[in-house]
Design a protein around this ligand. Structure first.
Ligand code: GTP
Ligand code: MG
Length: 197
């Protein structure tokens, strides 16, 4: 799919105030600093569309972007990081939960996972929660430019090993890099297929 246009629409704290749910929507979620905003910029080829930062906790709101005048990409705040309260760390904020459970036009959630780490409980717990709630999602491994080819294969295998007892089948997985644009064609083709449904 060619990206002809991409523009910021609105930021919200409340799912009720998001744009009318009259278009397909794809949202990016994952731990703080995993590379959600960077991946949105990489996919759209607009380097400053979503705000990125080297320090975690940059994205704090539900951000809607309109792509090709046709569908929405949504940049969400990360989980697993709280600047002020230790007790909030590791929890998924009610804003994120509400968005995920109530946004009726959200076709697929992209769960971003840092490919450099062994499977983390917080990511496994989050995906389990998605499964329990019947939320459609795929896994997207990020920052693959930091890995060798073997390490890339291993990162998926490690998750498969951890998830095989709880999951009947593994969710689809993509390997990406915002630096090298690895996975861009595959992710956009996947969205394009879903847009036809
Ligand atoms: P929050 O909004 O804070 O939750 O973070 P985020 O998930 O949106 O991450 P963001 O896109 O802001 O990126 C965090 C840091 O990781 C930045 O310093 C990026 O430059 C870096 N980064 C993101 N993607 C990649 C990648 O594919 N490769 C490399 N090497 N660095 C990346
Ligand atoms: Mg962000």
């Amino acid at each position: 799919m060619e990206i002809k246009s991409a523009s910021f629409v609105i930021s919200n704290t409340d799912v009720k105030k998001c744009p009318a749910p009259d278009r397909h929507e794809y949202a990016f979620i994952g731990r703080s600093n995993v590379g959600k905003s960077s991946l949105i910029n990489m996919l759209t080829n607009y380097s400053k569309l979503a705000k990125t930062s080297a320090s975690p906790g940059k994205t704090q709101l539900i951000n809607h972007f309109l792509i090709n005048n046709e569908w929405y990409l949504v940049d969400l705040p990360g989980y697993g990081y709280a600047r002020t309260s230790k007790s909030q760390r590791g929890q998924f904020s009610s804003m994120i939960k509400n968005y995920i459970l109530k946004r009726e036009n959200m076709v697929c959630l992209f769960v971003l996972i840092d490919s450099r780490h062994d499977p983390l409980k917080i990511d496994l717990d989050f995906m389990e929660w998605l499964g329990e709630n019947g939320v459609p999602f795929v896994m997207v491994f990020t920052k693959a430019d930091k890995l060798t080819t073997t390490e890339r294969m291993n990162c998926i295998a490690k998750y498969q090993e951890k998830m095989k007892d709880t999951w009947e089948s593994m969710p689809m997985a993509f390997i990406t890099s915002a630096e090298t644009k690895l996975g861009r064609v595959e992710l956009l083709s996947y969205i394009s297929e879903l847009n036809k449904l």
